[in-house]
Design a protein around this ligand. Structure first.
Ligand code: NAD
Length: 298
């Protein structure tokens, strides 16, 4: 059993850390939010007073933070994780961030003789709870094999996307498509309901037809259609509008840099940004349906 430092215990990090504890690993955990640390220590983890404290005797360091600046700050800035990590430890950043930051942090790790993987995930909070996440891994094959036993506890699909940063590129493409699909699914449901259809009936029909997609099939944005979806829980928890806006922003930066046409991604980004600016940044991203209904401020 390994000593694992886990940094970032939010909607995703907390259940991922819990699965590692249930598998018998010893976890030292840190989050800026003391309540998040307290919850995990109730689940059997050792609370740490700082990121440096958490990694002191770690064989594996896993981070699940909001965005690139948080990751850079944690490993290379105030968090000072890179300098405090023992030699031979494996670093695995599972946050969704820009590929350039992922490469910069991995290069700094390499300069210290540490192996690092960017390993963003797909599958949402339920995937994190159930240990069924998909990992998109960038880094060396050797590092991936070292990390595989931990990925296999937290997820069920592990893909090697390529060298450092490649996992983030794969994730960015996936999430741009997800933002487009959630917006399109919401439009279609609204159009059906506006003509008198029951959203559950319409969803069943589209799921078995050519409109079926992940947003419709497992994350229905219409309240009451799917008990487990954030839409049926007041759009609480799940994957935040601000996080989706961030991911669409990363995709647009990459599209400009590579001169790739992404008109639908660009439109989805504008819609999510406007939705966030209406005060909905903390809601789950399926709440874009409310924005399209003109109900953001109600
Ligand atoms: P979250 O906002 O719920 O959690 C982030 C946590 O990081 C918070 O508890 C925050 O206090 C902590 N944190 C921030 N800066 C820190 C620092 N410097 N040191 C320690 N802790 C710090 O976010 P989340 O939904 O758990 O998402 C985390 C990452 O996973 C994001 O990059 C997101 O894009 C990605 N992601 C989320 C989902 C989802 O469904 N929520 C799915 C796939 C990927």
């Amino acid at each position: 059993m390994a000593d694992i430092a886990f940094i970032g215990l939010g909607n995703m990090g907390a259940p991922m850390a819990e699965n590692l504890i249930k598998a018998g690993h010893r976890l030292s955990v840190y989050d800026l939010n003391p309540q998040a640390v307290e919850r995990l220590s109730g689940a059997g983890a050792t609370p740490a007073a700082s990121a440096t404290d958490a990694v002191g005797s770690a064989q594996v360091v896993i981070s699940m933070l909001p965005a690139g600046p948080h990751v850079r700050d944690c490993y290379l800035g105030k968090g000072n994780v890179m300098a405090a990590t023992p030699a031979g430890a494996l670093l695995m950043d599972c946050s969704t961030i820009d590929a350039a930051t992922a490469r910069a942090v991995a290069t700094a790790a390499g300069e210290r003789g540490l192996m690092m993987l960017d390993a963003p995930v797909s599958g949402g909070v339920n995937g994190a709870i159930n240990g069924t996440l998909t990992f998109m891994v960038g880094g060396s094959g050797e590092a991936l094999e070292q990390g595989r036993p931990y990925f296999e506890i937290m997820g069920k699909n592990i893909f090697h996307a390529g060298e450092a940063g490649a996992g983030q590129v794969a994730k960015m493409c996936n999430n741009m498509l997800l933002g487009i699909l959630m917006t399109g699914t919401s439009e279609a449901l609204n159009l059906g309901v506006a003509q008198g259809l029951d959203p559950a009936v319409l969803s069943d029909i589209m799921k078995q037809s050519s409109g079926g997609n992940w947003a419709l099939n497992v994350y229905n944005p219409y309240p009451g259609v799917m008990d487990t979806a954030p839409a049926s829980k007041g759009y609480q928890g799940g994957f935040g509008v601000d996080l989706m806006t961030k991911d669409l922003g990363l995709a647009m930066q990459a599209a400009v840099a590579t001169r790739t046409a992404t008109p639908l991604g660009s439109l989805a980004r504008s819609l999510y940004q406007a939705h966030s600016l209406q005060g909905s940044g903390g809601l789950d991203f399926s709440s874009i349906i409310r924005f399209l209904q003109g109900e953001d401020d109600q």
